[in-house]
Design a protein around this ligand. Structure first.
Ligand code: NAI
Ligand SMILES: NCC(=O)COP(=O)(O)O
Length: 326
């Protein structure tokens, strides 16, 4: 299997450090060969291990045992850990673009994306809400037909709406979008997680699932019809469930994934339970794409405090999904 392409993310964030630490612990963490894509200087600033700049992913496998292979995407100027710049944002975007291209061409078996700063990307004109939508577009898939799943050992969640202001959620939330995300999630559970008959629990938008319409009508007018349509197609879908009682241990045992209505509804429970090893995986793509659940952590970049376990979990998940597709 070709190596996994790992874009470093923002060079001033902790992406380079968690990548290097994952390579350091590659045997202990059971990681298959990977190649970093980004500015080599962002790694040497925070790590003094052996680095091998390669010209092609094929060289990475031979190098991997004794040095961390990297395909160089130099930033216009060297970054300082913890100090994001527009040059760094351009570098993170170019690295992402190259990593996706390598996976699409088959030169790499999967993409793991390091954390980018959306704020910095938006500043340089990035018009996608996040990397999920960018990768979907590069793969020719409608952004409605992919699902951003956050996966940990005891919980998987999917937000229907992703990166947008909370006050825009109500307008964006439609029966069609809920159904599309649900289908992408259910098919992804079958294809990528080997669950033949997946069960999906749909979270309500309003407190107490709207109290029969007194606290909001979305459950009656949008969610219930979406759930009914999905059940008619034969899917095991339940809800809308009051979101506050969906995530305790006994409730989590009743479903394979929770479909949530907005970003924080999905990510708060996941990060509360599994911040250390949570993986963000995009379902519905022709390629495999995963990412650690955390962000750039500019506040600790360059301090040797970044925990590589979520990156390692993202690499392991990408590798097992790519192997299943090979
Ligand atoms: N996959 C991606 O590209 C993601 C990118 N982001 C971006 O990251 C930026 C910062 O977002 P925040 O909300 O501050 O989240 P964050 O995850 O970067 O940081 C939150 C807190 O967790 C700590 N932390 C994060 N990862 C850690 C690790 N591996 N080891 C030890 N401590 C860790 C940080 O030091 C900070 O105190 C934003 O611009 C956002 O767009 C956020 C989430 C995912
Ligand atoms: N909060 C999740 C996140 O920011 C990751 O999004 P994406 O860049 O992978 O779309």
């Amino acid at each position: 299997m070709p190596p996994i392409a790992i874009s470093l993310g923002d060079p001033a964030g902790i992406g380079p450090e968690v990548l290097a630490k994952s390579w350091d612990r590659r045997d202990e963490l059971n990681l298959s060969p990977f190649v970093g894509i980004g500015d080599p200087r962002s790694i040497t600033q925070v790590w003094d291990g052996p680095l091998a700049v390669v010209g092609d992913p094929r060289e990475a496998e031979a190098t991997f045992d004794h040095a961390l292979p990297i395909l160089a995407v130099p930033a216009a100027e060297s970054s300082v850990p913890g100090c994001p710049t527009t040059a760094g944002a351009h570098c993170s975007l170019d690295s992402l673009e190259l990593a996706v291209g390598l996976a699409r061409s088959g030169s790499c078996s999967a993409v793991v994306t390091g954390p980018v700063s959306k704020e910095q990307l938006y500043r340089i004109g990035f018009s996608h809400p996040g990397q999920t939508e960018f990768v979907a577009e590069r793969c020719g898939v409608s952004t409605s037909n992919v699902a951003m799943m956050l996966a940990g050992p005891t919980l998987r969640t999917v937000p229907v709406t992703t990166h947008l202001a909370l006050h825009d959620v109500f307008e964006r939330l439609t029966q069609g979008l809920i159904e599309a995300r649900a289908r992408a999630t259910l098919r992804g559970l079958q294809r990528n997680f080997g669950i033949a008959e997946p069960s999906l629990a749909v979270a309500a938008l309003n407190p107490h699932a709207g109290e029969g319409g007194a606290l909001g009508r979305e459950e009656i007018e949008i969610l219930a019809p979406a759930i009914a349509a999905l059940r008619e197609e034969g899917w095991n879908v339940t809800g809308p469930h009051p979101a506050d009682t969906m995530f305790h241990a006994a409730a989590r045992a009743r479903y394979d994934a929770a479909l949530c209505m907005y970003h924080d509804q999905a990510l708060i429970p996941l990060k509360a339970l599994h911040f250390e090893d949570g993986v963000n995986v995009t379902l519905g793509l022709p390629i495999v794409r995963t990412s650690p659940d955390h962000g750039t952590a500019f506040d600790i970049a360059g301090e040797d405090r970044a925990d590589p376990r979520a990156m390692a979990a993202a690499i392991r998940m990408a590798s097992s999904m790519a192997l299943a597709r090979a």
